[in-house]
Design a protein around this ligand. Sequence first.
Ligand SMILES: Cc1ncc(COP(=O)(O)O)c(C=O)c1O
Length: 372
Amino acid sequence: MSLIYPPLQAPKRLLFGPGPSMVAPRVYQAMTQNVVGHLDPFFFQVADEIRSLLGYAYSTSNQFNLAISGTGSSGMEAAVANFTEPGMKFALLTNGFFGDRLGEMARRQGGEVVRLAKPWGEPYDPQEGREFILRERPQVVAFVQAETSTGMFNQAKPICEAAHEVDALTIADCVTSLGGMPVLVDENGIDIAYSCTQKGLGCPPGLAPMTVSPRALDRLKARKTPVQSWYLDLQLLDTFYTGHKYHHTASATLFYALREGLAMVAEEGRENRWQRHQRNHQAFVAGIEAMGLGMHVQNPAGRLWTLNTPRVPEGVDDAKVRAWLLEKRGIEIAGGFGPLAGKVFRIGLMGHGSTEDNVALILEALADALKA
Ligand SMILES: Cc1ncc(COP(=O)(O)O)c(C=O)c1O
């Protein structure tokens, strides 16, 4: 019996879910370039470009900007593992699934996790957040800027200001904001930010771009215990990216992709890119409301421009709608989960996929799916 494996042919999907988003052709092109070794001067040249382009995308003058090998969760784990020591007080502000994941990681690092929790998709009151932080006096304060489970944008500044009053470090999850919404690391006072490649940056998944403030680096150097994770130890990683010593075999292909995705952010201009996402989000919401649907996040100012959460109309089975879209139109969207299971659709318009044409396409397809 002869086995024949024709070359792999992946289906062409229209990715309108919460990520991965559609990959920009220029990024695909970069990924076909020759693989070089992880200690090749060319690899370090690409890593250096990523360092400075990340500073631009994150709006920061931080020099410690790097891409962790791993998906967005590896950025989350790196942030938590490096800045939490056993017994340390870790204050979490959470109003969704990924906020809760941050808390679970901190618990596993031996942090004493204290929480200000809101129902999924409800904002924290800035005054309540401030009082919580001043009362608890934690060493670390963590929150999710763009909560993908609910479509909610959490304001970073009031949290970071209160955290700095008690000399705490701030960790912000920017997985669904980087490249699509203003993260503003320096202006907001975020000490440690991490993200992913597969959403606002228009790349495939596989790296977690991160930035760390000088203040946080001082805190890292003063740790009393070694970072529990060898692989995600930022000081060891720095001996690789800055010191050019072997640490792990980073994927040149994924680094090319990220370099290209970030170059596209710089060429478009980050502010123009945010405006593009905002415009397309607003057009999408207008279309959704014209169809008689509502948005889960009530306050328009609290909605993500990258990920929309229209509510599933009464009596509609969201799984059937999603299956129809995939089968008939090759379109991927996502549903809600946890307390929002069956209640919301999660529809991403991000990175390369956030275009006027795509807004029209997804609205029309959704209307057809709801009628089918
Ligand atoms: C807000 C947020 N944080 C963290 C993650 C985890 O990222 P990944 O799935 O790339 O590990 C996600 C994934 O969607 C996310 O949306």
